[in-house]
Write a protein that binds this ligand. Structure first.
Ligand SMILES: Nc1nc2c(ncn2[C@@H]2O[C@H](COP(=O)(O)OP(=O)(O)OP(=O)(O)O)[C@@H](O)[C@H]2O)c(=O)[nH]1
Ligand SMILES: [Mg+2]
Length: 299
């Protein structure tokens, strides 16, 4: 089993080869920050998908640390790390059974794959899990979830294409309760954050869950695709407003040169990145840990 640092290093290869390598080359061995250099740094950090606010914050913090006597490289290392504030990143499972994990996001970001990954991980930890194949919108949606469930040996509630997803979720919650399941993972159809009808539908599903179980889902997880860069910020905003997101899952880091999005995505609504996907395999999901992540970027 490789260490999390090694897995991040591999997962971040594209990000490191991209604009981040220019950044590292520029700051290595440097001890002074002048205006022209700072502007150059800001351009590079923007190109690495940090976003204006975060890039400025990181640069200001780095400046401060250089003034205190740190090398430019160490200063940026610390300021990037510092931009990822201390947050609870552990998936929270409620005390009440079942703990409900609701997965949402735009089309094709990796929701179904991630549900399978998380289910497999929790199952290995000894939890009794049930999956609700809530994507009844696409004809192949629930079939894909069923196939995953079979591969990982998990139980799944699936209905055909066109079935009301709210009714399916309702039924799944009943089954999870009567069958004494520890965790209910709910896959949902991909939806554009700009389509009001679809956003209303997912908000309704969450309301039904709350009404029926008497509590908020243990987690409402927004799955976002790291290759989308700054578009992700819009998705976070809209989904958070409609649903109240408790954690972010950043997928496809392995295929993305925009790993820098991690630094800006959290700051928007102060929502923690909890998990990162770095491959299509069922075990290619990791917790997000700031220190090894930043170290892998600098390695
Ligand atoms: N490289 C890589 N590919 C991933 C990762 N996560 C998911 N994928 C791939 O992304 C594609 C879409 O994944 P799905 O899980 O079907 O995405 P989805 O969000 O459920 O899609 P819709 O239900 O259509 O909205 C698949 O080919 C997955 O194998 C990841 O972390 N890395
Ligand atoms: Mg899906």
């Amino acid at each position: 089993m490789s260490s999390i640092f090694e897995r991040y290093s591999r997962g971040l290869e594209k990000t490191k080869k991209g604009i981040f390598s220019a950044f590292l080359q520029k700051i290595k061995g440097r001890s002074l920050l002048d205006e022209a250099f700072l502007e150059e740094m800001e351009d590079i950090l923007l190109g690495a998908d940090l976003g204006v606010e975060t890039a400025e914050k990181v640069i200001r913090a780095a400046q401060e640390r250089v003034r205190e006597g740190l090398s430019v490289e160490k200063a940026f290392h610390q300021s990037l790390l510092g931009s990822l504030s201390l947050k609870e990143r552990e998936l929270s499972l409620s005390r009440q059974k079942p703990a409900v994990l609701l997965f949402v996001g735009v089309n094709g970001v990796g929701k179904t794959t991630t549900v399978a990954k998380v289910a497999s991980f929790l199952k290995e930890k000894g939890h009794k899990i049930l999956i609700a194949a809530g994507d009844t919108y696409r004809a192949a949606g629930s079939v894909q979830m069923e196939k995953w469930a079979e591969r990982i040996g998990a139980e799944v509630i699936a209905k055909g294409h066109g079935h009301d997803p709210a009714a399916l979720v309702y039924e799944a919650l009943d089954t999870a309760r009567s069958g004494d399941y520890d965790v209910l993972l709910i896959d949902t159809a991909g939806r554009m954050h700009t389509k009001k009808g679809l956003m209303d539908e997912i908000a309704k599903i969450k309301r039904i869950l709350i009404k029926k179980s008497g509590e908020e889902p243990a987690e409402t997880l927004l799955v976002v695709d790291a290759t989308s860069g700054q578009n992700v910020l819009q998705q976070v905003r809209e989904f958070h407003e409609a649903l109240g997101i408790t954690g972010l899952i950043l997928t496809k880091l392995d295929g993305s040169s925009k790993g820098g999005i991690v630094f800006s995505v959290e700051s928007l609504y102060n929502i923690p990145v909890k998990l990162v996907g770095m491959g299509e395999g069922v075990d290619q999901l990791d917790r997000f840990e700031p220190l090894p992540f930043v170290e892998a970027l600098f390695s």
